[in-house]
Design a protein around this ligand. Sequence first.
Ligand SMILES: *Cc1c(COP(=O)(O)O)cnc(C)c1O
Length: 406
Amino acid sequence: MQRFATARDAALEMRPDEPVYCFRPDVLKRDAQNFVSMFPGKTAYAVKTNGERLVLKTLAEAGIDAFDVASPAEFAAVRDVAPNAEMLYMHPIKAQSDIRLALEEYGIRVIAVDHEDEITKLTRVVRALDIDPGTLTIYVRIQTKGHAAYELSKKFGAGPANAVELIKRLSRYGFKVGLCFHVGSQIEDPDTYERALASADWVRSRAGVELAGLDVGGGFPAEYGHDPNRKKPEMPSLDELMARLRGDIEEWGFNELPLVAEPGRVIVARAFSLIVRVLLRKGRRIYINDGIWASLSDSWTGKITLPARFIPDPAIRNRNGSQDKLLPFKVCGATCDSVDILSRPFWLPETVDTGDWIEIGHIGAYSLSLRTRFNGFYPDTFVEVDTPFDAGTAPESFASLETMAD
Ligand SMILES: *Cc1c(COP(=O)(O)O)cnc(C)c1O
């Protein structure tokens, strides 16, 4: 892989017309180790966030030895780079053949369920393979409520009373039983985990079964940009949030249990940026060579403002306007359809023009993993970059006002 000091160097040397992913392995390692140091239990990286081989490999090198997986392809991807790593199969709704594959071929012994029919599938496979249920830990996923860019409680999780029944049943069958929740991605309310812990406590006290663990899922927010035209949500820093979570875990009496977290976004977001090119400027709109069907669907669905840095093409000699004046530009994506328009503008210098590049930062989560081949566009160029996206002070090059103020 080609290596550059900064994404700007990469852009000016490669002059790429296709999107380029800038991978920062050191940032990934540091963010992973930082999370591990703050969480008082096992850290299982959620593979769906970014399952690229180079990401999984770098995480394994950083000491991550547990992975949250959801599909046969994810089992294989983890096994391939980290043969001894533990896999936690935390998708609550599974094909019976996939459960069998997980237990038989991959030796997976930690599984999540949120419905009695999932327990039926599981027990069928366990009997067929003649496995002692006491060697499996089954986490019952409970519903949670809260505010996140992605809310998941409508899709997964058993209501509290139902969860009590599921725990009792699993325990009768001889499984070890844990409780898990996943509050959704990019939480926007610091009370989210506490509310989920309160529900977990309610369920635990009524189930009357000794629990084998508590899995608090993912949802830990990554840092993004901020649209100056909108009210800035009040969120504590990750340090503060984790301190609070540790306090809440203790307060609700879960600190004696083995704990698990399944962070994705917070670990991998900063590890990548993306260089895109302005294919056309049309007034206050820019058309770029990536979009919601490729690397930018998460920012679209989650209405996330991405931090962006302007990389002017030095070959453009005559520019109009002032490079110190930042304006919001509507961003249109690469494909021939009307949906491919970002939900948040990029703040760019008035001088931005056809041929310039933009480095979009903190794009490691739910970007490459969600790209499609729609319309024949499939970004797949990677370079390694040494300098973190946030490093350095070059105000003229920053596209979001917030970053400019730094
Ligand atoms: C997606 C997912 C995660 C990771 O969520 P992040 O918000 O990226 O941390 C963790 N656990 C489960 C069950 C998930 O589905």
